[in-house]
Write a protein that binds this ligand. Structure first.
Ligand code: PMP
Length: 362
């Protein structure tokens, strides 16, 4: 598609072109219903098949069995920040948070607001440049859960290990690296992700968690804030964001067809390597924000020697069809988001541009 750019935005983000085309082809008449997916009832058969298949494909990709359930929630990952402590934490059994960046801290703030949060570790004093290592974590054996943000979208850091929590349930916000690589997902009790980075358009949050945990919601919570409602009603207590779920299903099917999470990981590593190499081989012109051992495969963050050069970089990149490389204001500089759907050619073109830009401006 000649008029499409390489889209490095952090989310909403680039989606596989073949998925967009499929959706376009089916848009006016979905499943021979004579209606668009936007118009069809969420109780109708063609939709039920989409709903079930998306769940099944996600679980299959993650290698999870019947003890886990996939929920489709709304309110963004941000609403999960509140729902998690509401459902699981108490003064006696607080939620214990690892602060590794902006969203990890926002999640903690909601628990703090409810008086049920504590901090297990923080890398704030080092400007969130690294992921706290196992030895830094203070695991409270009485905690209801340990909460991690597995990939820090803004700072460009990502976990490269699964913390040992000595039996305390492990919760993770995987909004920005969900289904980007194989992990031993069984080690997690509760995983959630806003889908608008790796998996679809904004509007639905994926929750993949142990059923026995989801069933435990306090009955005193309003209906839509209880995970047990979503569990018991198959995420169909109220009208779900059907179009988003349909798109997530298509992306999950695409991941499967491309070779699953192993293949995603292989590609993501290769893309990240070419961009990080452009940073590391720049004689200090580009400075990566993340410590090398905490670098994200999804969001590559770096600074240039001056803000003037950063503005020039963004402008000239865009002129070459490299869109969305401006970083988050809290870190400054650049951020290249290279999620599953970013082709290698995009990352390579960015790296090439970085080399040229440095030679012209150093
Ligand atoms: N967690 C992470 C890791 C994120 O990157 C984001 C969004 N950028 C959020 C949570 C918040 O997600 P939402 O906008 O869906 O509430």
């Amino acid at each position: 598609e000649a008029n499409r750019v390489y889209n490095f935005n952090p989310g909403p983000a680039t989606l596989p072109l073949s998925v967009l085309k499929e959706a376009q082809a089916e848009f006016l008449n979905f499943g021979d219903s004579g209606m668009s997916i936007l118009e069809i009832s969420h109780r109708a058969k063609p939709y039920a098949a989409v709903h079930a298949q998306a769940k099944a494909d996600i679980k299959e990709l993650m290698g999870l069995g019947d003890d886990y359930e996939v929920l489709f929630c709304q309110g963004g990952a941000s609403q999960q920040f509140a729902m998690i402590p509401l459902n699981f934490a108490s003064k006696d059994h607080p939620g214990s948070y690892v602060l590794s960046g902006s969203f990890a801290s926002k999640a903690y703030k909601e628990a703090e607001l409810l008086g049920v949060g504590e901090i297990a570790a923080s890398s704030k004093d080092r400007d969130f440049k690294h992921i706290p290592i196992q030895e830094e974590l203070k695991i409270n054996p009485n905690a209801a859960y340990v909460h991690l943000c597995y990939n820090n979208t803004i700072y460009g850091t990502e976990y490269h290990y699964i913390p040992e929590t000595n039996g305390v349930p492990l919760f993770a916000d995987m909004s920005s690296d969900m289904l980007s690589r194989p992990l031993d997902f069984k080690k997690f009790d509760f995983i959630y992700a806003g889908v608008q980075k790796n998996l679809g358009p904004a509007g639905v949050v994926l929750v993949v968690a142990k059923k026995e945990l989801l069933a435990k919601s306090p009955k005193t919570l309003p209906t839509m804030f209880r995970y047990s409602t979503f569990l018991e009603k198959d995420s169909l207590y109220n009208t779900p964001p059907a179009f988003c779920i349909y798109m997530v299903g298509k992306v999950a099917a695409w991941i499967k067809a491309e070779g699953g999470l192993e293949e995603m990981a292989k590609r993501n590593k290769k893309k990240a390597a070419v961009v990080y190499d452009a940073i590391d081989n720049s004689d200090g012109f580009y400075k990566g924000h993340a410590d090398k051992d905490s670098r994200s495969f999804m969001n590559v963050t770096f600074r240039l020697p001056s803000e003037e050069l950063e503005a020039k970089f963004v402008k000239e990149a865009l002129a070459q069809g490299l869109s969305g490389v401006k970083g988050h204001r809290s870190v400054g500089g650049m951020r290249a988001s290279i999620y599953n759907a970013m082709p290698y050619e995009g990352a390579e073109k960015l790296a090439q541009f970085m080399d040229n830009f440095r030679k012209e401006n150093a």
